[in-house]
Design a protein around this ligand. Structure first.
Ligand SMILES: [Ca+2]
Ligand SMILES: [Ca+2]
Ligand SMILES: [Ca+2]
Length: 206
């Protein structure tokens, strides 16, 4: 092996580890999907599914499904089902997020699930992995049309520590696929405020 080959192997490994290091985050962490209309470079489209999530702004194509605008800022991610996609899935993978610096971490995000086509079995699920994406555990899911509003949800991550990844999966209903618009925005991993903080604040007031 000559010097040039060795050098190019070194540079390939170096740039690979550098790129990955850029996608290692430490919670508290928020992804607001405000990346000029592109998917954040640290979020990955699964290839072991049928469809992709897309970044969108404004309203979706039909008024009977989907949000009118982002929850926060201009952009959000959505799954706007293509022609005859009944039963198909789309998964989006988060970067590495280290929970070590947050006490009683929890996941908070905003979702919009509205449309008669979501019944009976259109769904969104959030899974978590502690081993770099080999094994996944379901944290949260919703099935069927929920509300024509952005809804927030909090899920405790107190059973988890170290580096984790999240997977967001939309499954298009077996019903009317075109009224099956899923949207998500402001995905955060935060620390639960402790009772001690409340105690100190209320004590100071006296
Ligand atoms: Ca946003
Ligand atoms: Ca971003
Ligand atoms: Ca995909």
């Amino acid at each position: 092996m000559n010097k040039h080959v060795l050098f190019s192997i070194f540079m390939t490994l170096f740039s690979w580890s550098f790129l990955n290091a850029q996608c290692d985050f430490v919670a508290p962490y928020t992804e607001d999907f405000e990346d000029a209309g592109a998917l954040d470079a640290c979020w990955i489209q699964s290839t072991s599914d049928d469809l992709d999530w897309e970044v969108n702004s404004g309203s979706s194509s039909y008024s009977e499904t989907g949000p009118e605008s982002a929850h926060g800022g201009t952009y959000y991610v959505h799954m706007n089902p293509p022609f005859q996609s009944n039963g198909q899935t789309a998964s989006l993978l988060s970067p590495n997020i280290d929970l070590s610096n947050v006490t009683n971490p929890y996941l908070e995000f905003y979702y919009h699930m509205y449309g008669s086509g979501m019944d009976p079995d259109g769904s969104v699920a959030i899974d978590i992995s502690s081993d770099g994406g080999t094994n996944w555990t379901n944290l949260w899911s919703r099935t069927g049309s929920q509300s024509n509003n952005w809804l927030s949800t909090n899920v405790s991550l107190s059973g988890y520590s170290g580096v984790v990844n999240f997977k967001i999966t939309a499954t298009i209903s077996s019903g009317y696929y075109w009224l099956n618009h899923f949207a998500l925005d402001d995905f955060s991993i935060l620390a639960t405020p402790t009772c001690r903080v409340h105690f100190i604040l209320s004590h100071k007031k006296k």
